[in-house]
Every structure is written in structure tokens, then in C-alpha cells.
Ligand binder design. Structure first.
Ligand SMILES: Cc1ncc(COP(=O)(O)O)c(C=O)c1O
Length: 451
């Protein structure tokens, strides 16, 4: 028992004396002296970590590009790796409409910080479903959709995958080749087995439609198929509406289950409705599907981690049972989602003026990206760079899949301090009128000097 001075008193002197006494008595207790040895920076115990066998993991192939970029001291360096929007001045952008919505939230003294329900903010979920499926969607009217707020697009994919691994009879998911690098890991970790279907044709730098139909045609009945709703990442190649219709017919005839990844609604064409057409086509036929939505790009809410998972079912009763099981997936994973980002989105989607303002800002981002495509294409033409670069204009969304090989990419990084993923994907959103000539010079040098 350690003596305590002034028991029950809170005087500062007593507290200091008690602290001193505890400190002095600690070095004489055998238990405590062992603690103090292990804490010593010179002790050999330091090397005996229970984690000493842990090997260093590789950097994430996409986020690792930024790590390398940050280390480069060159003033001309250019980061075209990460998929985040930049202004003409190369700066990250917080939308005006987001600032306004945040100000409203801050000014509202009635707002509290209690936990959200497991499925998130009810109004956010309702408005998110309306955004992707359309205000007049019969599936919404018939209450056949369950929507749960999740941690951005990634979290929505993960929750959907965990649900499927537990409750769906087919555990195989087909993903396009190539696809966003995280898909395989998200689905594998959730317990699904991942296979791929042909998507991109390097020869045409377009869609391998025939290969896609063949691969989905030979997938086992009931298999899950991951579809990028628009602005396919990394290729920027989307099926036409006619091709979507053929894909839909094939998938429905084989009972394949569509899982849409919608990370770029509004970002591809500048129109929220046009970019949701693929999803709406599949919902219009009355069949079932899943959709993961992200507000990272289209509202610039990257770090707020706001997204939603919707599962469209055949009946309202099934949808409500599905939701009860989604709760059982979410509760042990992160209990319930964060409130701030979803409140921003709800404030914007519910208010006609803010919504209109958002669509204008969204279109401006999409237009700037499209204008970068034209500027880069013109710059390569002006340099008579060998090759057909028309795909820069034909591809859509944040990325251009340049067709540059990994050696050419390494050359551009070494000689021109341009950073991008080794598959030759560049983020058009990271470019500006000022940096286009530097990139065009680098591409020209790469294709003329490196094979
Ligand atoms: C195709 C695709 N899906 C999902 C995501 C997930 O993004 P987030 O989790 O930031 O919403 C991304 C982000 O780059 C993406 O490109």
C-alpha cells in the first residue's frame, strides 16, 4: 500500500507530493523495476518484439505513387497518379456548395453528435438511392431497395461483398480486366473468389466487347459480375448504351448478378443522369442488383468517406430482410458510419438551390478534365508524336489509359519527374494548361526513345 498525502484533499501541493511519492516508490518495487528496464532505450529487450517476424509490406501501387512524388525535390514534378481532382492551379478543390452546406451545419445549434443508426443517416440513404436510380424509379416507389450509408465507395463494396459471401449462393465474382487495383483485395478478403472477364483491348485501346460477351457467357449461372457504372478505372473505356443493353440481356438470361461500382457519377459526362444510365437500365427490367456509390469525386468529399450501398430486390419484404442482415455485417465491422460527410451530402441533395449549384460545379470539373484531354491531344499532334492518340479524347472520366508501357513510365518519372501508375494510367484531373506541354514532351521522348 502506498501512503497517500491529504487523502480526500485536492490541493495542488498534495497532488504533486503524491506524484513524487509514487515516482520514488516505483523504483523500489520488483514489479515496477522490471517495467523500467524494459522501457530503457538502451536495453536489449527492444529487439525482442513479439512482432519482430513482421516483414515490411509493399506500398499500395496507387497511393505509393504519391509517396514517391512527395520525396522528389524537383520543382517540375507532376503527380498524375492519384485520382483526385485538382484545379488549373494544381490545387485540391473544396466545392463552394460543400462550404455552404458545412456552414449551415455549423450554424445549426440544434445539431448533435450522437451515434447514427447502424445503417446511417436515413435521409442521406433515401436521397442517395434517388440520385443513382432516378427520382421516378419504380423500385424506389415499391420499396424494393435497401440503402445503407457506408465508408465511401470502398466501404460500400466491402459491405456488399461481405453480405454476398454470407447470403448468396454463388461466391464467385467476375471483375473486368484490368480494373481498379483494390477490387481483387476487397472481394477476396470478404470471402469471394475473384475471376476476371476480358474488358480492354490494347490493340484498339477500346472495349474488347466480343471477349467480354464470351467470358460472361461462359461464367457459371448466378455468378456475381462487377460492372463500373461509368468512367471505367483505369481505362476510361465505357460500353455504349447499345453494348450495355446487350450485356444486360446476356446477364439476365444467365442469371448473373450485377454489382455496380459507381465512383464517378456526374464526373464522366458532367451529367448525373447520363452517368447512371447503365445502372437504371438494369433496374428497369425488374431484376436484382447491387450498387456501391461514392461521393469522393463528384462532391470532392474524399476524406469524409461518404458512400452508400444499395441492394435492389424483387419485393419490399425481401429488401427489409436483406437490410436486417446488412446491419449484422456492419455492426461488428465499424458499428455505425460517421455523421458529418453524410450530413453535408443530405443538405445538398435535399435543397433545390444547393443541388443546382452542385450540378454546375460538377459539370465545371468534368469540363475541365475534358478540356485537358483536348489540350494533351493537340500538344502531341503539334509535336508529331508517333502513334494514334485519339483514345485520349475518346476515353472518359478521370483517367487516360495512355498505352505507355512500364519502361516508358519509369523513363518519364526518372527524366521528367512525372509520376503515374506503372500501367500507364494518368489522372487527367491532375493536369493543367501549364503542365500539358511538360507531359507532352515527356510522352514524346518516351515513345521515341524507349520501346
Ligand atoms: C472504380 C473505383 N471504385 C471505387 C473507388 C473507391 O473510392 P472511395 O473509397 O474513395 O470512394 C475508386 C476510387 O478511386 C474507384 O476508382
Amino acid at each position: 500500500m502506498r501512503p497517500e498525502f491529504g487523502h480526500g484533499s485536492s490541493s495542488a501541493t498534495d497532488r504533486r507530493l503524491n506524484a513524487l511519492l509514487r515516482h520514488l516508490s516505483s523504483s523500489s518495487s520488483p514489479m515496477d523495476s522490471r517495467d523500467s528496464i524494459s522501457a530503457s532505450p538502451t536495453s536489449g529487450f527492444q529487439n525482442d518484439s513479439v512482432f519482430s517476424h513482421v516483414v515490411r509490406g509493399p506500398e499500395d501501387p496507387i497511393l505509393g505513387v504519391t509517396v514517391a512524388y512527395n520525396k522528389d525535390p524537383s520543382p517540375n514534378k507532376l503527380n498524375l497518379g492519384v485520382g483526385a481532382y485538382r484545379t488549373e492551379e494544381g490545387k485540391p478543390l473544396v466545392l463552394n456548395v460543400v462550404r455552404k452546406a458545412e456552414q449551415q451545419l455549423v450554424n445549426d445549434r440544434s445539431r448533435i453528435k450522437e451515434y447514427l443508426p447502424i445503417v446511417g443517416l436515413a435521409e442521406f440513404n433515401k436521397l442517395s438511392a434517388k440520385l443513382i436510380f432516378g427520382a421516378d424509379s419504380p423500385a424506389i416507389r415499391e420499396n424494393r431497395i435497401t440503402t445503407v450509408q457506408c465508408l465511401s465507395g470502398t466501404g460500400s463494396l466491402r459491405v456488399g461483398a461481405e453480405f454476398l459471401a454470407k447470403h448468396y449462393h454463388q461466391r464467385t465474382i467476375y471483375i473486368p480486366l484490368p480494373t481498379w487495383g483494390n477490387h481483387t483485395k476487397v472481394f477476396n478478403l470478404a470471402g469471394l473468389s475473384v475471376k476476371s472477364y476480358r474488358y480492354y483491348d490494347p490493340a484498339t485501346r477500346g472495349l474488347n466487347f466480343q471477349g467480354l460477351l464470351e467470358d460472361l457467357g461462359s461464367a457459371p449461372s448466378g455468378a456475381i459480375v462487377l460492372l463500373h457504372a461509368c468512367a471505367h478505372n483505369p481505362t476510361g473505356v465505357d460500353p455504349t448504351l447499345d453494348q450495355w443493353e446487350r450485356i444486360r440481356q446476356l446477364m439476365r438470361s444467365k442469371g448473373l448478378l450485377p454489382f455496380f461500382d459507381s465512383a464517378y457519377q456526374g464526373f464522366a459526362s458532367g451529367s448525373l443522369d447520363a452517368d447512371a444510365q447503365s445502372v437504371r437500365m438494369f433496374v428497369a427490367d425488374g431484376g436484382e442488383c447491387l450498387a456501391a456509390q461514392s461521393y469522393a469525386k463528384n462532391m470532392g468529399l474524399y476524406g469524409e468517406r461518404v458512400g452508400a450501398l444499395s441492394i435492389v430486390c424483387k419485393t419490399a419484404d425481401v429488401a427489409s430482410r436483406v437490410e436486417s442482415q446488412l446491419k449484422l455485417v456492419i455492426r461488428p465491422m465499424y458499428s455505425n458510419p460517421p455523421i458529418h460527410g453524410a450530413s453535408i451530402v443530405a443538405a445538398i441533395l435535399r435543397d433545390r438551390n444547393l443541388y443546382n449549384e452542385w450540378t454546375i460545379e460538377l459539370k465545371a470539373m468534368a469540363d475541365r478534365i475534358i478540356s485537358m484531354r483536348h489540350q494533351l491531344s493537340d500538344a502531341l499532334r503539334a509535336r508529331s508524336t508517333p502513334g494514334d492518340w485519339s483514345h485520349i479524347i475518346k476515353q472518359i472520366g478521370m483517367f487516360t489509359f495512355t498505352g505507355l508501357n512500364s519502361k516508358q513510365v519509369a523513363f518519364m518519372t526518372k527524366e521528367y519527374h512525372i509520376y503515374m501508375t506503372s500501367d500507364g494510367r494518368i489522372s487527367m484531373a491532375g493536369l493543367s494548361s501549364k503542365t500539358v506541354p511538360h507531359l507532352a514532351d515527356a510522352i514524346h521522348a518516351a515513345v521515341t526513345r524507349v520501346v
